[in-house]
Design a protein around this ligand. Sequence first.
Ligand code: 13P
Ligand code: SF4
Length: 332
Amino acid sequence: MKYTNEELKEKIFELKERLSVTLVAHFYQRDEVFELADITGDSLELAKKTMNDDSEFVLFCGVAFMGQSVKVLSPKKRVVMPKLACCAMARMIDSLYYDESVKFLEENGIAKENILPITYINSNADVKAKVGEMGGMVCTSSNAKFIIETALKEGKKILFVPDRCLGQNIANQMGLQSMVIGQEGNPKEADIICYDGFCSVHQLFTLEDIAFYRKKFPGILIATHPECDPAICEASDFVGSTSQLIKYITELPEEQKVAVGTEFNMVNRLRPKNTYVLSSSKPECPTMNETTLEDVYLTLKAIEDGSPINEIEVDEKTQKWAKVALERMLAL
Ligand code: 13P
Ligand code: SF4
């Protein structure tokens, strides 16, 4: 039997009353799912807030690396996801590609002990574990600059995975030399060597889009996420994580127009007026959009029935080292 959204919401509320479950949602979730969340935030906030939560179950509406990070940080918690949706960028690297990247640096005359790896949180636990084992740490879009600044004090080469855009954007902000594996450049001359992963959603924003909005609405501001191409971030008035974008945009005077380069669901609910999506297409994250109200209901129902579905498991060794990498970030 098919339920309407209103019926599903009611059923979800009833189940939540009876069960020890905290519903967590990232800003890119569909509106009807996002509205129901007990905890929302950017990737860093979600990781921190769920650590302090004491329900038996975390029902995570987001992409797999996010649910996995909760499990890694709090292994006793039971983490379930309505959809095991994998971020397209996280899927671009696994532990083998990671090893190849280290090998590339070694072949270019950089000894392993002189490499400090940093992985963007948008990576799976196996990659985080490799990074942890090699003495490195995790960063998110909201703390990447600080983490890289701190890491550079060790005087080593930074291997930054998997997002080439975030790595290059931070390097540009700090006046550092960067290069992308597989593209032109000498690793010995670069401070930050980036893996060549990217987010396909954030690649949708172009310089033509910025020129269009600047011409159409003189005085408009351009705000973008650091997963956008470096040329886009350089042409923006503000660059920040999802939480930082929300703060910046919602604090603007009501009449100030702004065009925003990040996922559609979030931009669409930011402000009632004067906010535009910086694209002629609809920049929806396909995997974030996989989770529906019905999935949330079925996941709760399965918990009530005593047979939870889509439960996140991480093997002991991976969990141990991925936790080290995440905790090094949290300690800073
Ligand atoms: P935030 O950490 O800024 O929420 O970013 C997560 C993400 O996947 C952006 O595409
Ligand atoms: Fe991954 Fe991009 Fe979706 Fe963010 S928007 S979850 S980086 S695919």
